[in-house]
Design a protein around this ligand. Structure first.
Ligand SMILES: N[C@@H](CCC(=O)N[C@@H](CS)C(=O)NCC(=O)O)C(=O)O
Length: 190
């Protein structure tokens, strides 16, 4: 597998997944300054011209949620996903997609001081955070003792917020972020 990578990008989330999965992969550096991510070669991999992107033989993937689901499914021994026939599978798929479809833009609105409009497809940040607090319950992870790709996708967003100097997200989420950051492969950015 080749992960197209810049340390100051969401590709760090995909790298965390690959490391937790014990995957065999190489990093392909992408320089934003010289706009390597807008070249025809890169656009053939990710037509949106963004990181992350992953190539696995004939497979080309973009969007961090899709990449996370793919990596977890390709490395079943790492136990990063409930099995396809597990009763947890639907909730797992939903939470991975929720991370980028709703939690991330809701947090973006909050950090930018922008007004959230429900017609744009996500809620305000307090509501989104409340969803995750309830899904997390007593933890330690979103699926109890099983650490999954959903924790990486959801957790990375709260980690970013802490890195940007955001306010506390309350005791439950703050303790979750501490647990995530204590993992040896946890998200590191450049
Ligand atoms: N929804 C996408 C967002 C990808 C994204 O915006 N990536 C940023 C880096 S964190 C990027 O490539 N920005 C460069 C650009 O858009 O020119 C995902 O989760 O993969």
């Amino acid at each position: 597998m080749e992960l197209y990578f810049n340390p100051r990008s969401r590709a760090t989330i995909s790298k965390w997944l690959l490391d937790e999965a014990g995957a065999d992969y190489t990093l392909v550096p992408v320089d934003f300054e010289t706009r390597q991510h807008k070249t025809p070669e890169f656009l053939a991999i990710n037509p949106a011209g963004k990181l992350p992107a992953l190539v696995d033989g004939g497979q080309r993937l973009f969007e961090s949620a899709a990449i996370a689901l793919y990596i977890a499914d390709r490395h079943p021994a790492a136990n990063l996903a409930p099995a396809p026939d597990s009763p947890d599978r639907g909730r797992y798929l939903s939470l991975v997609v929720y991370a980028t479809a709703q939690l991330e833009p809701a947090m973006g609105d909050a950090l930018l001081g922008a007004e959230t409009s429900s017609s744009r497809g996500w809620t305000d940040y307090a509501t989104a955070r409340g969803v995750i607090e309830r899904e997390l319950g007593d933890g330690p992870w979103l699926f109890g003792d099983q650490f999954t790709a959903a924790d990486i996708l959801i957790g990375s967003i709260f980690i970013w917020k802490r890195m940007f100097g955001g306010d506390s997200d309350g005791a439950r989420i703050d303790a979750y972020v501490d647990r995530l950051l204590a993992r040896p492969h946890a998200l590191r950015t450049g």
